[in-house]
Each structure stands twice: as C-alpha cells, then as structure tokens.
Design a protein around this ligand. Sequence first.
Ligand code: NDP
Length: 285
Amino acid sequence: VILPLMGLGLAVYFYSAPENFNEEMLRGKRVIVTGASSGIGEQMAYHLARMGAHVLVTARTEAKLQKVVERCRELGAASARFVSGSMEDTAFAEEVVKEAENTWGGLDMLILNHIGHSYFNYFDGDVDHIRKLLETNFLSYVAMTVTALPMLKESEGNIVVVSSVAGKAPGPFAAPYSATKFALDGFFSSLRHEFIIENVNVSITLCILGYIDTDNAMQAVSHAIKVAPSPKEECALEIIRSGALRQHELHYPPGIVNGMLLLRGLAPGFLDTLIRSNIVRFGQP
Ligand code: NDP
C-alpha cells in the first residue's frame, strides 16, 4: 500500500512544484533563522550563507551559535551574527526581531524553526509541560511574527513556519508536540487568509516535514520509527526554496508526506492504522 501511495504523492509534488527557484533570490536578503544551533536550522543558515544572505541565528547555546556564525562567514554570508536566549520567554522572542531591526533596519525573511524539548512516550498527564511547550513552540512564533510584521510588510517578505506531519496527521507518543504543531497550522493558515483578503503582500509558508536525520530526532525516535529518515541538508534547502517561492505549504519528503495527506482525506481510519503499524509500541508507562 505504501509504495503506490508514495508514487501518487510524488506525482502530486512534481505536478505542483514550481521550477523557477534561483539561489540569487536570497543574495543580500536579511534573514532570521531560529533554532539554528543544530539540525535543520543550522543547515538552513549554511545554505543562506552560501547564497550570500545576511543571517541572524538564534538558539540557547552560545558556543554552538558562535561556531555556526563562523562557518556562515566562511561560506560567504553577506553578514552573520547571533543572539542567544530561550524562546520560553516571549520578551526574548521580540528582542531577536528588534536586533534585526537595529542591525539591518529591515527584514526580508523570518524562519521560525526552534522547538523545546518534549518526550516521545505515552502522555503523562503533565499539563504544565504542555503550557511551557506551547510558549516555546507556538507563542514565541506568534510574538516574533507580530514584532516583525511592519518590517516584512515594508519588504514584501516571507514568514516560514517549520511544522511536522505530527501537525496534520498525528501519531501516538507525541501528544504535547503534536498539539503545538496543530496550533501553528491553525494560527498561520488563518493569518494567511487575512493577508490575502487585506492585500498584505507577506507570504506564509507552512513546512510539513516527515522524519529527518537530525541528531536530536534520531536520538529521540530512531528506536521506535520504522521509516528511514530524510537528509537534513536537502530538507533545509527545500524549506528556503519554498519560502522564497512564496508557496503556502511545503511537504517534505514529498512522496511520504503527500501520500499521507491524500490518505488522510480518502481513508483516515486506514491512515491511522498505517501510522500505528510504523511505530514500535512501548510497554505501559
Ligand atoms: P533540533 O533539536 O536539532 O534543533 C532544535 C533547535 O531549537 C536547536 O537549535 C536548539 O538549540 C533550539 N532550541 C531548543 N530549545 C530552545 C528554547 N527553549 N529556546 C530557543 N531555542 C531552543 O531540531 P530539528 O532540526 O530536528 O527540527 C527543526 C524543526 O523541524 C522543528 O520545528 C521540528 O519540529 C521540525 N521537524 C523535525 C523533524 C525531524 O525528524 N527532525 C520532523 C518533523 C518536523 P539550543 O538547544 O541551543 O537552544
């Protein structure tokens, strides 16, 4: 069942994929990347640097950010800097955007990518954990968007929101994480409607990602997920490409994600069974 579904998913992708991306589109652009000390965010910073963009990266770990900035400079970034802090604090989220305003006097692309730590297991009933995770994974995204919007309106720029299949077709053992990713879809897909109605020329790209081979994701779920992960470098490039092309959604890897989303509409019960059968069960908590 999975193979024909992936084939159909790939066909949808190639039918709908715009082809006019050019890396020059990013040259000289002023871009914020959150969660850029590791994983997909780090790879996005390197691609942007190679394309000649100005990059401002952020996360909590200053030592890692310093190294990312150094590498960005080596790769040819127009400029590279970092701000360190935790997105659990909305004031910090706003501070990052203000740093871009003070440094560049404007902003072209806001890439919202960071996530706080959660667990991969049965829901443990901890409501406070969900509240904190919503602060980090959702409310900070909203706060940064609000603060950046005047600059993005001015530049007719892009907002890129990194989400997950867990924010469209949830599986077990990730209830808090999944909730924060659904919140992103609800908020940003509604906001996109409003931008279109009001002729606000700021694009919003929601990235629906499958399993990607970042160190943290592999550590958290490789023992439990039967599907092979996709490469973070290619994933990072696809995110930048779809943001620059002002696509409403990116589905990556296209075969698996498009296949799952098609099946969600056609046979949701069957999709749920398929998802459970691709995840190794835990014992009772
Ligand atoms: P990583 O765990 O590799 O990176 C997470 C980043 O967020 C790090 O830079 C981390 O840096 C930062 N971060 C963590 N906590 C905080 C905090 N409280 N405040 C600010 N920054 C923080 O994640 P991935 O690269 O794997 O994932 C990136 C995005 O892709 C996420 O939105 C994720 O949901 C999505 N995604 C990933 C998938 C995968 O399989 N990898 C699958 C589907 C979606 P530091 O610790 O220094 O703060």
